[in-house]
Design a protein around this ligand. Structure first.
Ligand SMILES: [Zn+2]
Length: 308
């Protein structure tokens, strides 16, 4: 199961990363934990019409304890504070349930079946509206005490960088996320900077519009993507110094910008990372696309409950 702010997706694992009977339901995100857990159990029954599954693994967008199944918070889901999700869901579906952070599971998927396959040390970053990540160290997915390990989006860049939506001064998400690119473009328009974006309806100024303008040579848009890529690269460079990974896998919608993102990203890495670990680390695009969250939940289910 992959619970998102918009959709709940379910699939039946048929192998380590293979699945069938993909079901998608709307997430009743505003209706509280009971409504969401009821919808999750509906999705389980829809995906498994033949009977009770051996176990259910659920990816959830928030900090949680994978050992106890308690979700500490889920910003996209109303009322989710200290929700005993695994135990409550287990009662609804009649089998064992495990939960894990959704970005960690997407990283796990890239490690088991995607661009990071076979690596012993991997950093996964998903860069879209927000920025998340997952860490594999010594062949193990790292959760940390609160299940938030790999929360790469909120690494500090420096106090001269903008704050993120959570109000952290100089935080990576304040510069390098899709939301930040859009916000900074609107700020540039408001300042009267010369950009083709000023001709657009303000509601249409998103990271994709800024990407298209940059590809057409708009200098403000190029600068915003350069800032985003460089900031992401400096964060990656710091992580290379800290963890010396074999591979850094970067996914999420922002990678659609290609070299517009990756050129300044690689330069940013070079500004701060030591040469020796950088030479032994590849920086690549993710291989599983938007399915990584669901593939990760499938792989985590097989990891937790066996192949049935
Ligand atoms: Zn932040």
């Amino acid at each position: 199961m992959d619970i998102g702010g918009t959709n709940i997706r379910a699939a039946v694992a048929t192998g380590v990363t293979s699945f069938v009977d993909h079901v998608s339901l709307r997430t009743p995100a505003a209706d509280g934990p009971d409504a969401v857990l009821d919808a999750v159990s509906d999705a389980v029954w829809a995906a498994c019409p033949g009977g009770t599954p051996d176990g259910v693994a659920v990816g959830i967008p928030g900090p949680l304890d994978p050992d106890t199944g308690v979700v500490f918070a889920a910003p996209q889901l109303k009322g989710w504070t200290d929700v005993d999700a695994a135990t409550r869901l287990a009662k609804l579906v009649g089998c064992h349930v495990v939960v894990h952070n959704d970005a960690s599971l997407a990283g796990y998927a890239e490690w088991v079946a995607g661009a990071g396959k076979g690596a012993r040390h991997m950093i996964f970053i998903t860069a879209s509206t927000g920025i998340g990540g997952g860490l594999v160290v010594n062949g193990e997915l790292i959760s940390g005490r609160a299940g938030t390990a790999g929360e790469i989006g909120h690494m500090p860049l420096g106090t001269d960088y903008p704050a993120c939506a959570q109000g952290h001064a100089g935080c990576l998400e304040g510069t390098a996320s899709g939301a930040a690119i859009a916000r900074r473009a609107k700020e540039a328009i408001a300042r009267g900077e010369k950009t083709v974006l000023a001709a657009l309806d303000l509601a249409l100024v998103d990271a994709a519009a800024v990407m298209r303008a940059a590809q057409a040579g708009d200098s403000v848009s190029c600068r915003l993507w350069h800032d985003a890529g460089r900031a992401l690269g400096r964060a990656v460079g710091g992580l290379i110094n800290l963890l010396s990974p074999e591979i850094v896998v970067i996914g999420g919608g922002l990678i659609n910008a290609g070299e517009l993102l990756f050129d300044p990203l690689r330069a940013g890495v070079g500004e701060i990372a030591f040469e020796v670990p950088t030479k032994q680390c590849r920086i690549v695009q993710a291989g599983l696309g938007t399915d990584a969250g669901l593939v990760g939940a499938v792989a985590w289910a097989v990891h937790s409950f066996g192949e049935g």
